[in-house]
Write a protein that binds this ligand. Structure first.
Ligand code: CMC
Length: 379
């Protein structure tokens, strides 16, 4: 390639050919393997969708059962990993704990040979099965509870809630979290997926890759936006304060978390489905006042910035869902991560099929042939 044009943020520059997921940002369409996200969130579930992404086709009943059995068989934490988790500082952020414990998981797992299908599948299963357990376990340990063994009868979402709370979740809670996981499972070449593919391209193992991708997801411009949305909604203090809050934010040129997207120039289809989940949850569990604040903020932001393509993204309503499920605010982004592990691993499989290490260029704008100045002569 001879082009010397610098594209900040690599906006629109293809980093891979991929048949995993597809976004039409103008029309607000998201598909996984050609299936619309609305169809999947109505008819499917997180584990079936994980299979769809990883295998490229919907599973048969037998394949899905086998997949579920394989996941359930891998959820228990190895003793050295639990020791590591007990040693992590409780005051730290759960995303840092997840990054550290995913690296730890790699240290207690069999070595991965990406050329070997069985070895690769084993690593995929372990990462899918254990990541939610790491998130739930850190939350338990930091609040002073002990490790709770997984329940082998439960699916990923229900087992996560079980491990977090020590009681079997209500069907509405399980269904809602399951759908939220499905919505977050994959999203083309976002920052954490790109980071994952860069790490994978060095032939680092998938545990290292996922740990690195968690770091990329943590930032407030990416997955870290969801906890900040809730903090902002709470700090506004009621829908009557929205206009004043928004005016102040605009005057300081601050970004409103949960709005805007590199690809979508309309409302994110995942936000639309999350809003449906909010309404369903409220129907059973009662409303949350910050939802009214959120609706007022959406109206204000879209009214002022809709022409620029600024609409709610996936992070805008997810926090309201998780809060209603009793999940602490700083666990929102780890939940994003335990879903997105699916996408990272699917991209890992693709990357390793025709791997070439990522090594982009740069446009050098510095000096050349500088004369050497001895230290005593420097000003
Ligand atoms: N609030 C106010 N203005 C915004 C926002 C926002 N949230 N997002 C973009 N803009 C404005 C921005 O100021 C810029 O205006 P101008 O052209 O006048 O300078 C214009 O829109 C383009 O913004 P950008 O930052 O250059 O766009 P980008 O494609 O580089 O960034 C983004 C995309 C998602 C990082 C950005 O919209 C943003 O920072 N949003 C807030 C953080 C957030 O909600 N992140 C979650 C993203 S979705 C899920 C995920 O990936 O995790």
């Amino acid at each position: 390639m001879t082009t010397q044009e610098f594209v900040p943020g690599l906006a629109g520059v293809p980093a891979a050919e991929s048949a995993i997921s597809y976004i039409d940002g103008a029309a607000g369409i998201l598909e996984y393997r050609g299936y619309r996200i609305e169809t999947l969130s109505e008819k499917s579930n997180f584990e079936e969708v994980a299979w769809l992404l990883l295998k490229g086709k919907l599973p048969t009943r037998a394949e899905l059962e086998q997949f579920r059995t394989e996941l359930r068989a891998r959820r228990d934490l190895a003793a050295p990993l639990l020791t590591l988790m007990r040693a992590l500082p409780r005051e730290g952020h759960p995303m840092n704990a997840l990054q550290a414990s995913l690296a730890g998981l790699g240290m207690v797992s069999p070595k991965v040979d990406y050329r070997d299908a069985d070895s690769s599948w084993e690593a995929i299963l372990r990462l899918l099965a254990i990541t939610p357990v790491l998130v739930a376990t850190f939350e338990r340990l930091r609040r002073g509870d002990d490790y709770l063994a997984p329940d082998p009868e439960l699916n990923t979402a229900a087992n996560f809630l079980w491990m977090l709370n020590g009681e079997r979740p209500k069907p509405i809670a399980e269904r809602t979290l399951d759908c939220a996981l499905l919505l977050h499972a994959e999203h083309t070449m976002n920052a954490s997926t790109f980071a994952a593919r860069v790490v994978a391209s060095t032939e680092a193992d998938p545990y290292t890759m996922c740990s690195s991708a968690v770091g990329a997801l943590f930032g407030p411009l990416h997955g870290g936006a969801n906890e900040r949305v809730l903090q902002a909604l709470e700090s506004i203090g009621g829908k009557q304060n929205v206009d004043a809050w928004f005016a102040k934010k605009r005057a300081s040129k601050g970004k409103i978390m949960g709005f805007g997207h590199r690809v979508y120039k309309t409302k994110d289809p995942r936000a639309i489905t999350l809003q449906r989940l909010v309404r369903e949850l409220f129907g059973e569990l009662g409303t949350t006042p910050i939802y009214d604040t959120a609706l007022a903020l959406e109206k204000a932001v879209v009214g002022a910035l809709g022409d620029k393509g600024i609409y709610p993204n996936v992070d805008f309503f997810s926090g309201i869902v998780y809060q209603k499920l009793g999940i602490p605010t700083d666990v929102f982004t780890p939940i994003f991560a335990m879903a997105r592990v699916t996408g990272w691993l699917t991209h890992w499989q693709d990357q390793m099929k025709h791997n070439r290490i990522f090594r982009p260029g740069q446009i050098y704008i510095g000096k050349h042939d500088q004369p050497w100045v001895p230290i005593e002569e420097r000003g």
